[in-house]
Design a protein around this ligand. Structure first.
Ligand SMILES: *[C@@H]1O[C@H](CO)[C@@H](O)[C@H](O)[C@H]1NC(C)=O
Ligand SMILES: *[C@@H]1O[C@H](CO)[C@@H](O)[C@H](O)[C@H]1NC(C)=O
Length: 819
């Protein structure tokens, strides 16, 4: 089963938000899929405001001093269908309820139509616009630089599936991608003569990438006349005749489904009233589509089977419904095409059902692999009549690997996969040293992914004909700090696989390697190098350092990238005495890993002398699940470790490494990373010159109190539930909105938001901007809010608009630093 379904959808949404585009699956999908997701560090956005144009005043925001939100047992008049806690929670609710002050609560407008609120947001944008008007020239320069460092006319690695190669193309001047396919020549030796190695594409927009290229879907056409256009799935039917695709035109992650006949161009299925999640899957025929519906909090919870062309959505068959609000549901198909998997999971418990697609005559029913057990996570893949299961059953800190006969309710038959070299010991022992995330099962081999020593790892398992592992290989690479992962594969019976590889100084490469000899580096073939025009790798260096946390024992990895000449100057300056400019990026939630990956747009910062640092703080999963779970990770009642680690890394860079100074240090995070930045600048405002909070989740307590807000219920297992006595006080102690330091000098802050963002509501950054201005010392830097009035959580869907925004942000950053 492909765990990364929803995340893949999200990464497609972010296609143009990424300077590095890869289909690399994330294996932490279980946690990632529900998260207030920040882009990978490669998608860094830098934003903030300046103080020039000093006569400008920020828009006044009225404070309603007596306005409160009640945490605890539901107050009178609270809608009875909105839960205050999960039905499984044993913790006591606060009783009587406790009032949490919410003086800017009037900025919450679920309808997004109230004039006073819209006017306020417009004034914020005007203020930010006027305050930064003088940066227009610099923005244009940065924008031009960014465009010159990306190959605008480009394509994604063609991937084989059935009779075709599938890929997408981008063209200079066009905002969106075009999805294409080209016929695949079926040689007897199965693509040994890989056409990608004999390409004669001349780099022009007119020439096809591969002979016989056909455009399946041109998103530029779809987006005409729309402010926002994000395509979810684009997938061809088993016969290759039909194309199913889903589109979100608003940015709220609700999609519409279209099915198009590829030869005639005719839309054969589309019901505008049918709103669904972005991910759709074909059955094993051309009539059946599986999709998910979202509930009012945008939680994917129902799985439907739809017969193409049926007149109404009422005819669609409900296959599965998850009523527990803690659980999110996802669908995937086994690589061998035999099963549809329906996975439902909270962050701590999961359950997988399967549907035999053999007959696909609407009579097969869902079966459960193993009933949910509290705090047991598991995932399932299928191969050779066996389930391959990754699970932490029996409370192991990380996942172990099991096989079981491909039957329902098989929990008593899970057998540990053992190491072929040491008879009897498990291949993955569930400990910290080698953390397994998941596997992909191919006909001849199983590919496992996870982490070792803080680095992503790919392992290959070779089996004998009774499915016993006889060989275990680890893929290794020269560069110490790197990023690697299996790309999307659509075929089961392959003898080569493709991995995506990059590092902070090596642009993305797709490497093909033979499954039967994966470790021999001479057998690896680069299928595609991401071209970064003008980039000279020799000018840059990257480095991995360890910062000691305040507990005196935990070492926090920090990846640095910079220009060699800048670091040489720094080292030469009275023995490293002269601080350099440094930008610190972090995320630290949901076990998500911030990898040491490449970013072409980041070059604009590096080339201006900035050292770029990515802190792999706790709350992420970089060092395995210990980095995330209680007692020593960072969630629930140890969440503060995330913020402490970030502040400790800043202090390390300033005091221990003597690399930078508070005047030259800036920080940035998006989404849950915005919570990180909010909490960190509250804790140590004096350490940073500028803070960028992208779509920041800064109103943790007020949001998590209210289950009618999207993402709340599922995330009671991430942050805890502030309605419960156990968590309330602890969350109040770090929630950024409640902890702004009266009279402190704050860094210049730039906050961004999207009016239609369903993951972090627009009122969070709007309220936080007002709160900061109200409390902080007048000597603080400016607080700027930039509210995108047409996009959602993932910023502009148009790539040029995205680069414009990024240039806007970088211009502020550079201006404020005086660079
Ligand atoms: C400056 O503010 C005025 C309103 O006060 C607004 O009309 C104008 O668009 C703003 N300028 C910029 C560049 O945003
Ligand atoms: C439909 O599915 C059932 C159950 O899987 C199977 O027994 C039957 O043969 C199938 N019918 C057809 C026409 O394929």
């Amino acid at each position: 089963m492909q765990l990364f379904s929803l995340v893949l959808f999200l990464s497609i949404l972010m296609l143009f938000a990424k300077s590095v585009f890869s289909f690399r699956p994330f294996f932490l999908a279980r946690n990632l899929r529900r998260q207030r997701q920040g882009p990978s560090a490669a998608v860094t956005k830098v934003l903030f405001g300046t103080q020039r144009g000093g006569d400008l005043t920020p828009p006044p925001a009225e404070r309603h001093e007596d306005r409160v939100i009640y945490a605890g047992v539901a107050p009178k008049g609270w809608p009875s269908d909105v839960p205050r806690q999960s039905e499984y929670s044993a913790h006591k609710l606060l009783d009587p309820p406790v009032a949490v002050p919410d003086p800017y609560g009037w900025l919450r407008d679920d309808s997004r139509t109230q004039q006073p609120v819209l006017d306020h947001l417009q004034q914020e944008n005007d203020y930010t616009g006027n305050l930064t008007q003088h940066l227009e020239g610099l923005r244009q320069t940065l924008y031009d630089e960014m465009l010159s460092s990306i190959q605008e006319t480009d394509y994604t690695l063609p991937r084989p599936k059935g009779k075709y190669y599938h890929y997408s193309r981008t063209f200079q001047g066009q905002s969106y991608a075009s999805y294409c396919r080209a016929p695949r020549k079926h040689d007897s030796d199965k693509d040994h003569n890989n056409p990608l190695l004999h390409m004669d594409w001349d780099g022009s927009a007119e020439a096809p990438i591969l002979p016989g290229e056909q455009v399946k879907l041109d998103v530029n056409e779809l987006a005409k006349g729309k402010d926002y256009c994000a395509v979810g799935s684009v997938t061809t039917s088993p016969s290759d005749e039909l194309l199913a695709y889903t589109v979100d035109f608003k940015g709220d992650e609700q999609c519409e489904l279209y099915v198009k006949h590829l030869e005639t161009g005719e839309i054969v299925d589309h019901d505008p009233s049918l709103q669904m999640y972005g991910r759709v899957l074909w059955g094993n025929d051309d009539h059946t589509i599986f999709y998910l519906k979202l509930d009012s909090t945008l939680r994917p919870y129902q799985v439907y089977r739809r017969t193409i062309g049926t007149a109404t959505k009422e005819d669609d068959e409900l296959l599965f419904e998850e009523t527990d609000e803690m659980y999110w549901t996802s669908i995937s198909k086994s690589l061998d095409g035999k099963y549809l998997f329906v996975e439902t999971s909270s962050t701590e418990t999961s359950e997988v059902h399967y549907l035999d697609l053999k007959d696909d005559n609407d009579s097969s029913t869902l079966q459960c692999v193993a009933k949910r057990r509290f705090k047991v996570l598991y995932d399932v893949e299928h191969r050779n009549e066996q389930w391959w299961i990754t699970s932490n059953v029996k409370g192991t800190p990380n996942m172990r690997l099991f096989t079981a006969p491909a039957q329902p309710n098989c929990q008593d038959d899970w057998a540990l996969v053992t190491d072929p070299t040491t008879e009897g010991t498990p291949l993955f022992d569930g400990g910290y040293a080698r953390a397994l995330h998941g596997v992909t099962a191919f006909a001849g081999h199983v590919v496992a992914q996870g982490r070792e020593g803080g680095m992503p790892r790919v392992w290959l398992l070779t089996m004998d004909d009774i499915n016993k592992v006889v060989k275990f290989d680890t893929l290794t690479f020269e560069e110490e700090a790197h990023d690697v992962g299996l790309t999307s594969h659509f075929e089961f019976d392959v003898d080569k696989i493709v991995v995506a590889y990059d590092s902070m100084i090596t642009p993305l490469q797709y490497l093909e390697l033979p499954l039967d000899n994966p470790t021999d580096e001479s057998e690896r073939t680069v299928l595609k190098d991401k071209l970064v025009p003008g980039y000279d790798k020799n000018l840059y260096n990257c480095e991995r350092v360890m910062a000691l946390s305040r507990d005196g024992t935990t070492e926090i990895p920090v990846n640095l990238v910079y220009r060699k000449d800048i670091m040489e100057q720094h080292v030469a300056s009275s023995g490293g005495g002269e601080p350099v400019h440094c930008h610190l990026y972090g995320y630290g939630s949901y076990e998500a890993c911030m990898e040491a990956s490449f970013s072409a747009t980041r070059l604009s910062l590096l080339n201006r002398g900035i050292v770029y640092a990515i802190a792999q703080i706790r709350g992420g999963g970089e060092m395995g699940r210990q980095w995330y779970e209680e007692p020593n990770g960072a969630k629930y009642l140890c969440k503060k470790n995330t913020f402490n680690d970030f502040v400790d890394v800043a202090r390390y860079l300033i005091d221990t490494k003597k690399l930078t100074s508070p005047q030259k240090l800036t920080c940035e995070g998006r989404s849950a990373g915005g919570l990180l930045i909010g909490a960190s600048i509250n804790q140590a405002p004096e350490l940073f010159k500028v803070a960028i909070l992208g779509v920041p989740f800064v109103d943790v307590v007020c949001t998590m109190i209210d289950a009618s807000i999207p993402l709340t219920t599922g995330e009671w297992e991430e942050w805890g539930n502030p309605n419960e006595e156990k968590f309330h006080e602890y969350m109040m102690e770090y929630s950024p909105m409640q902890n702004v330091k009266e009279g402190a000098i704050y860094p210049s802050c730039l906050l961004t938001g999207g009016l239609h963002d369903s993951r972090v509501a627009f009122w969070e950054p709007a309220k936080f901007a007002a709160t900061l201005r109200h409390a902080q010392s007048p000597e603080s830097g400016p607080v700027c809010l930039k509210m995108e009035l047409s996009a959602g959580h993932f910023s502009a869907s148009d790539r040029y608009k995205y680069y414009r925004e990024l240039a806007f942000d970088y211009a502020f950053l550079l201006d404020q630093r005086g660079l």
